[in-house]
Design a protein around this ligand. Structure first.
Ligand SMILES: [Zn+2]
Length: 256
């Protein structure tokens, strides 16, 4: 019985988590592998990270930065690898411009050649090019530091303005960073990240931000209290198991 208990345990997470934290991807794998029912066709799958109340979304598979940056895929299955974390924006990464010009045909980045923009992907000068956000941020929490990128849709929503408007406000000095972007520094936010192959295989530390939330202090406090209690309960189970095995060992010694 104890053997089986250990058999189901996932990495460093103690076995009790299996019953309380069903959202971890490994658990879903495990459930699927034990299920006799057919897995729903892919088209029927829903993005669980965007389901439920705002509160559910804010705490969806919450991880610390240390945990997040350690995540790799152990097996190439269709896991969504979406997690949330709470972190503070320390600064903008200096070596990367906060916007880029995108090709209207393929949305990829265009390079400026004299007066027009060239798309190397389409191999031509597109009729139209649109500036889009690409804001690289350095973020940190009590466990670590990493880097992430805010793309057009979410940046537009957060800043409540478009790149074009901001560029106009700079009056031609497009190398400068508008105040509204500089003011992101120091903000503590919840980030929803979707990890990509480079994060998961090479451990590349640049994470795509899918959504941000303004944290609710009360909920965050409650989350920490709950987590602490959960950890304590896990410790209790660990201790019980340890005692159990020690007793078994003693019995085994007596027998021999
Ligand atoms: Zn193109």
């Amino acid at each position: 019985m104890v053997q089986k208990f250990y058999g189901l345990s996932l990495k460093s997470t103690s076995a009790t988590r299996l019953y309380t934290n069903l959202d971890i991807p490994e658990t879903w794998d495990l459930l699927h592998s034990h299920s006799t029912e057919e897995i729903l066709p892919k088209m029927m799958e829903i993005d669980k990270s965007t389901q439920g109340t705002m509160e559910d979304q804010m705490f969806y598979r919450r991880r610390t930065l240390q945990e997040l940056t350690g995540i790799r895929h152990d097996n190439p299955t269709d896991q969504d690898f979406v997690f949330t974390t709470i972190a503070t924006i320390d600064r903008l990464e200096e070596n990367i411009q906060w916007w880029y010009m995108s090709c209207d045909v393929c949305n990829k980045i265009c390079t400026k050649e004299s007066d027009s923009y060239y798309c190397s992907y389409c191999n031509k000068y597109p009729d139209c090019a649109t500036p889009r956000y690409r804001i690289r941020l350095q973020i940190s929490d009590h466990t670590g530091t990493t880097s992430c990128t805010l793309f057009d849709e979410e940046a537009k929503r957060m800043l409540n303005t478009s790149v074009s408007v901001l560029l106009e406000s700079l009056d031609g000095k497009s190398q400068e960073v508008p105040k509204v972007i500089q003011q992101l520094c120091g903000q503590r936010l919840i980030f929803r990240f979707k990890l990509n192959n480079k994060n998961l295989t090479l451990g590349m530390q640049n994470y795509a931000v899918k959504k941000t939330f303004v944290p609710d202090d009360k909920l965050e406090m409650q989350y920490l209290v709950d987590k602490e209690e959960e950890d304590l309960m896990d410790d209790e189970v660990d201790n019980m198991l340890k005692k159990g095995t020690t007793k078994l060992d003693e019995q085994a010694k007596k027998v021999t």
